[in-house]
Design a binder for this molecule. Structure first.
Ligand code: ATP
Length: 896
């Protein structure tokens, strides 16, 4: 269906007819059929990397290409065996690389699916949330504030609908939308009865019939210019690129020196030298490091997703681990978000409401006696207000009541139903709720009037009211005394941790059929309903974990200060000396004042979304790594500004999700802490296997160099180098990345972002001392064997075997960069143990298989030689464990 048609100049009925649909939407069956005809609603076919292509790409790296080239050369001059062995080893290496990348690719793909955007449509007459990709022409889409519009649509219903179309038109002010018919030649930017894919609803609500999807949308037409979404390199990957370069330079130096010596001293043939030097390069330069790291991050992200934290941006995994401050919404994140009205107040009587959950069964009691609604005009109107100024839907599925919509409104609807009020009034006007307004108004014909129902935060409703209704229906002017009494009731409820919603009405003559903000004054106050929203039990231990991990937590809420304080106290979030501040107080602070006190503030109450941005900025100025949660469309700027923006998966708007780096599938605070823990674990594991790979590779590079200095023969042949590379760089490194987090991972202070991957002590201990000791002992071992007159082949075999065994030991020791190895049970990482045992057996077994002996140019080794190898192993054990111990002592001194 093309958008060339002038949908904007047609009456809505004609649009329905042309698209063969109706206000009650398509049937599920028809939608499926249309999906086949029109295709998925997306801009480009997902570029899937085929496994074959991925495999071929493994050979694209220049070193491998060079190696293959040199091998072909050696084949040409008749060195068949070496050439075949090299080709086999290169193929095996490519397979390993392929496996790693394929695994990462798959994890990323799965992730993309999880975080794909959603759209609300009407199918089979009921509201349904579907993946945006499944929207088809003819669908009725339902729009509300915070939605990212999935397809081009002709509007059929709007309530104060405002849309940000900057992405299409460049115009940053939101556009007011309505349903009327427009001139045929109206330019795109002025087609106010249409909404377009990719734009966002910033206010109000509406419905539209989809006229174009996918590449047929206006966005699709300009999509090419928008497709520059690059995957950014993480700070870690950038550091690794650097590291790779350093190793490359080192490699070139070593290769040059050794080649010169080889040519003039060992009198090696040029082709053998080239093969050798290139093999050294392949073995020593961890070309694939960034890929392996991306793979680890991607797989980590996959693990997080299983625990309900969906990371949308890869670098966030890294940043999460170094989070120092979490600013979390209260409602639904720290609390369960399952609201129930438990109390109500009308002048001057407190009402108790029984029953729990969304099942509309319960009683309204006053002084333990059932309340007679029909004799209580104020209460009756309050309940009618609660029922009709309400967008929530309660549905009974298999005898269980579930809620579709906002939890506060759901609870209010249940409250009305418990009292037997279920009269649904036609809604002819509306001013929607927003976190800034903290109220919502609707207009309905009722008896001889058009009545406006207003509900919202008590102080705001009270401010807009001039009268109060008594149970008898009589009206009373609100004087200072009554104002105080109302606020006292409100504060008493709030102090019990209850969330208050106040209600008011205004009567208009029946001609009045639109309402505007100016009409929200001179109201008649009806009363207050108080809702309970208990804390999530899992938040208590999560907060305790944060405390130990050096992460500060602040609660941010639109709720009343006293409600927030009570909940914060219940959670143990408030300590002596902590500050609680409201949005109004925050506004009075300048940026400087805010920065100076922001770290002391534990609770921000009655805040609006724009305050969140200021809070993030102030904390960042204080050098914090800030995680900030949000759900509404107006939270997006704060989510973007935060180091880790976190959107709610269930209640969050599409706009918030898009701005966020992570989405909480369960809206749960505890999940944030879990994700931080995983973030630290992943980062620490990356560090472990980096240290492992680097220290081993440095030794591989230095040993030939040292051997040349001592006038020894070449210590490893080309095929041996490739074999070492294959057996040690692959499986043990991957297995090391599966190491479960160390028990004290969350006892440590957060890592400073952008600080080097390794500390100075780690570099000295693991990347200088360890490889040096390994190199020196290997070279001395080699010298000793040669001096003893042992044949070169056997000496080389011993050296080669020792090198591999030491690297396996190194993998085992580096399971922790701090803890002594005996403190970590070997069974914590069964994969690693399995890999190490297998590698060990293969290595020793190989020594006695004739064909392998021939292929790798090795022989058997004697028990004597083996004993010497054990000395090297022991030396490395002592070096690594001593390095750890020294680092432990130095760090204790630094942060006791
Ligand atoms: P959090 O930021 O912790 O999620 P919140 O959900 O309480 O807090 P808002 O949704 O911004 O924050 O609500 C702010 C206030 O607006 C509430 O305390 C309540 O008084 C009022 N309010 C909330 N929902 C509605 C609604 N649907 N209609 C009218 N008023 C509402």
């Amino acid at each position: 269906m093309s958008s060339e048609k002038n949908w904007h100049s047609m009456p809505v009925e004609e649009v329905f007819k042309m698209l063969d649909t109706s206000p009650s939407g398509l049937s599920q069956e028809e939608a499926r059929r249309r999906l086949e005809v029109y295709g998925y609603n997306r801009l480009e076919e997902e570029k899937k990397v085929s496994p074959l292509k991925l495999f071929i790409e493994q050979f694209k790296n220049p070193l491998t290409a060079l190696l293959l080239f040199a091998t072909i050369l050696s084949l040409l001059i008749g060195e068949t065996l070496d050439a075949v062995v090299i080709i086999v080893l290169v193929l095996a290496g490519a397979l390993l690389g392929f496996y790693q990348e394929y695994r990462a690719e798959r994890a990323l793909e799965a992730l993309k699916k999880m975080s794909s955007p959603q759209a609300t449509v009407i199918r089979d007459g009921v509201i349904k949330v579907v993946s945006s990709e499944e929207v088809v022409p003819g669908d009725i889409i339902v729009l509300s504030a915070g939605d990212k519009i999935a397809a081009d649509a002709r509007l059929i219903e709007t309530v104060d609908l405002r849309v940000d179309e900057a992405i299409l038109t460049g115009e940053s002010a939101p556009v007011d939308k309505e349903t009327g018919i427009l001139e045929v030649d109206t330019p795109l930017a002025e087609r106010t009865n249409m909404v377009f894919a990719g734009t966002a609803v910033v206010y109000g609500k509406g419905k539209g019939v989809v006229v174009a999807t996918g590449t047929n949308t206006e966005l699709g037409k300009i999509a090419e210019s928008l497709q520059e979404v690059k995957t950014e390199k993480t700070p870690l990957e950038k550091q690794l690129d650097m590291l790779g370069k350093v190793l490359l330079i080192l490699m070139v130096i070593v290769a040059t020196i050794v080649s010169l010596v080889g040519m003039f001293y060992w009198k090696m043939r040029l082709i053998d030298l080239i093969l050798w030097a290139v093999s050294l390069a392949v073995a020593a330069v961890p070309e694939a490091l960034p890929v392996i790291v991306t793979g680890s991050l991607a797989i980590g992200v996959y693990k997080m997703a299983k625990r309900k934290a969906i990371v949308r941006k890869l670098p966030a995994v890294e940043t999460l681990g170094s989070t120092t401050y979490i600013c979390s919404d209260k409602t639904g994140t720290m609390t369960k978000g399952e609201m129930t009205v438990v109390k109500a107040w009308i002048f001057d009587q407190e009402i108790e409401v029984t029953g729990t959950g969304y099942q509309p069964v319960g009683k309204l009691l006053s002084n333990k006696e059932p309340v007679n609604i029909s004799e209580n005009k104020a209460l009756e109107l309050l309940l009618l207000n609660a029922f009709n100024n309400n967008d929530a839907q309660l549905v009974q599925e298999d005898s269980k009541w579930t809620l579709r919509g906002d939890t506060t409104e759901g609870a209010l609807k249940v409250f009305a139903l418990k009292a037997g009020i279920n009269q649904s009034l036609e809604r002819i006007g509306e001013i929607p709720f927003s976190s800034e307004r903290k109220r919502m108004s609707t207009l309905h014909p009722w008896r001889e009037f058009n009545v406006m129902f207003v509900k919202g935060a008590t102080e705001i409703i009270l401010q807009l009211s001039s009268k109060i209704m008594l149970p008898s229906g009589k009206l009373f002017d609100i004087n200072e005394d009554i104002r105080e009494r109302i606020m006292k009731v409100n504060d008493d409820f709030a102090r019990q941790g209850l969330r208050n919603i106040a209600f008011a009405v205004k009567f208009f003559p029946s001609e009045k059929n639109v309402i505007k903000e100016e009409d929200e004054g001179d109201l008649i106050f009806l009363g207050i309903a108080a809702l309970i929203d208990p804390p999530r039990p899992e938040v208590y231990p999560a907060l305790e974990t944060c405390r130990r991990a050096g992460i500060k937590v602040a609660m941010i809420t639109g709720d009343h200060k006293l409600t927030a304080v009570t909940v914060a106290k219940q959670l143990g979030l408030l300590d002596e000396g902590d500050v609680v501040i409201t949005g109004t107080e925050l506004e009075k602070l300048n940026d400087n004042d805010l920065e100076n006190m922001v770290e002391k503030i534990r609770v921000f109450a009655r805040v609006s979304p724009e305050h969140k941005l200021r809070i993030v900025r102030a904390l960042k100025k204080k050098n914090h790594v800030v995680a900030m949660t949000g759900d509404g469309v107006n939270d997006a700027p704060a989510l973007k500004a935060a180091d880790v923006g976190i959107a709610m998966g269930i209640t969050g708007s599409e706009v918030a999700k898009e701005a966020a780096a992570m989405v909480l599938a369960d809206d749960n605070f505890a999940t944030i802490v879990e994700a931080i823990k995983l973030g630290r674990e992943i980062f620490e594991n990356i560090r472990k296997y980096l240290i492992y790979l680097l220290s081993a590779n440095i030794a591989e590079l230095l040993t030939p160099l040292f051997a040349t200095f001592l006038g020894l023969p070449i210590p490893f042949t080309a095929t041996q180098l490739l074999w070492i590379n294959l057996i040690t760089d692959g499986a043990p490194a991957i297995a090391l990345s599966l190491e479960p987090g160390e028990p004290d991972l969350l006892e440590r202070k957060p890592r400073k972002p952008n600080s080097p991957i390794f500390t100075r002590e780690e570099i000295i201990g693991f990347l200088v001392t360890t490889p040096l000791i390994l190199t020196i002992s290997l070279t001395l071992l080699f010298k000793n064997l040669i001096d003893l007159g042992i044949p070169e082949v056997e000496a080389r075999t011993t050296l080669f075997t020792t090198m591999i065994l030491t690297e396996l030991l190194l993998a085992y020791l580096l399971r922790s960069l701090r803890r002594p190895i005996y403190e970590l049970s070997p069974l914590r990482n069964k994969t690693l143990i399995l890999v190490l045992i297998l590698s060990f057996v293969i290595q020793l077994g190989m020594l006695s298989i004739p064909i392998v002996q021939a292929a790798l140019n090795i022989s058997k080794i004697s028990i004597d030689d083996f004993e010497k190898a054990l000395i090297v192993l022991a030396l490395i054990f002592v070096t690594v464990e001593t390095s750890k111990a020294i680092i432990r002592i130095l760090e204790k001194r630094q942060y006791p």
